[in-house]
Write a protein that binds this ligand. Structure first.
Ligand SMILES: [Zn+2]
Length: 83
């Protein structure tokens, strides 16, 4: 997996707030001892989801953080899956 995570024409590398440098990261989802990448699920949450039955496509979320002001910018894209 050597492909660039971010491509300048898709994701800005500078903070829209202060023009600081944006660093890639992700929101950690702590769940019952496992560490997972938070995911975006389309639609409203259903009760079955909260009981642990995940349905539908889950898209991993990548989050950029401004190293200057801390602004967060998130993208739900397959490329952000753990690998
Ligand atoms: Zn900033």
């Amino acid at each position: 997996m050597s492909e660039p995570i971010l491509e300048s024409d898709e994701v800005g590398k500078h903070c829209p707030k202060c023009d600081g440098e944006m660093m890639q990261g992700f929101i950690l989802d702590h769940t019952y001892g496992a560490h997972l990448v938070a995911s975006w699920i389309p639609g409203a949450p259903e009760s079955s989801f909260w009981r642990g039955t995940k349905s539908g496509p889950a898209i991993p979320i990548g989050t950029l953080r401004c190293s200057s002001c801390g602004f967060l910018e998130s993208y739900a894209q397959r490329r952000f899956a753990a690998h």
